[in-house]
Design a binder for this molecule. Sequence first.
Ligand code: NAD
Length: 252
Amino acid sequence: MKLQNKVAVVTGAASGTGKAIAELFAREGAKVMVSDINIDGAKEVVSGIEKNGGIAAAVYANVANEADVSAVIDFAVEKFGTLDILVNNAGIMDEFMPVNEVTDEIWERVLAVNLTGPMRAIRKAMPIFLEKSGGVIINIASIGGLGGSRAGAAYTASKHALIGLTRNVGFQFAGLGIRCNAIAPGAIRTSIESTIKNPSKFGYERATVGMNLNPRIAEPEEIAAIALFLASDDSSFINASVITADSGWTAY
Ligand code: NAD
């Protein structure tokens, strides 16, 4: 097993990519803190893990709320004794709002969840990692963080900034046993689309012009496999990097 006795926190782990990561990490021997705003979903993920003989616990956390983020890390340490792996996975879309339509409310909410939440989780985890001279951070970005128009202005800005944060943290703590990497997935088969309620007509059209170039949609388990690689010592020399996982979509 690749993560035997490691303790992992996964945010947004009640569904989709986060759920697949939590399940795979538990199968590989990690004790997993399954956190989400959907606590019922998180509890279901935990009972599935436990049925398969894994170790996990569910905890409510809205990553936009600093106290919740802090409490998740504290809870992991209290329950499982330490923290080794932090996966900042929770993320939300932005209704494809172009800059001339984006409201302050959407801008602030998307940045709070997709960027400020991960920064606060890393900030809170860092003293634990520094004390043990070890720790792995994995940020789930997006090809929207590499290109200019895979979503609206807020999502695009948030994921670009998350990649910047990844590279900053990765480099600055490289000599201290800590690695920080990001995954930039293309389209994944999850329920994130269902959170889009009232998309901008103009923004949606501009963001989807290249959809016909997408070779295929990933299963969440395919992204989880990359997270496992980044979490384990198999990737010991990979730091401050972004792994693009899009079946070649952005290569065109
Ligand atoms: P999903 O909607 O299936 O899962 C997201 C989870 O995050 C849900 O369980 C939701 O309850 C939780 N969540 C939402 N807001 C939260 C908050 N404030 N605090 C805590 N939890 C919260 O979506 P997914 O596709 O699995 O998304 C996971 C990550 O992958 C996101 O960061 C997303 O931007 C990224 N991503 C997704 C795709 C895609 O095509 N689905 C592509 C690229 C990147």
